[in-house]
Design a protein around this ligand. Sequence first.
Ligand code: SF4
Length: 119
Amino acid sequence: MNSRTFVCIVCPNGCTIETQYEGDKILSVTGNKCKKGIEYVRQELIDPRRTISSTVRIEGAELPLCSVRLTNVIPKKDIFRVMEEINKIKLTAPVSIGQVVIKNVCGLDSDVIVTKNMG
Ligand code: SF4
């Protein structure tokens, strides 16, 4: 049996959740104020997912960097691979919020989009 502590990020309460588990089977959960915390722990144990916010180079704008983010969370294990793709991006101004820079990055059902208007 294993023990692990999670901080639930589903809502601003940020409950500290103590969990005992074996493999992907949850044996006990304490500290969560609602059931969403159990789902969060289950997801973290089975298939942890994260999003990415970053910056990429841009030419022809007042600033040298433009902010981007993913439209969907991706498996935590793929973050390095996706960051390599994001680091290859070089934009040319103008760009606008929501503009897709990489569609379906690494085949993970998430797009890289611009989060700032830059003329
Ligand atoms: S367990 Fe429930 S109340 Fe606590 S942070 Fe998660 S979602 Fe919010």
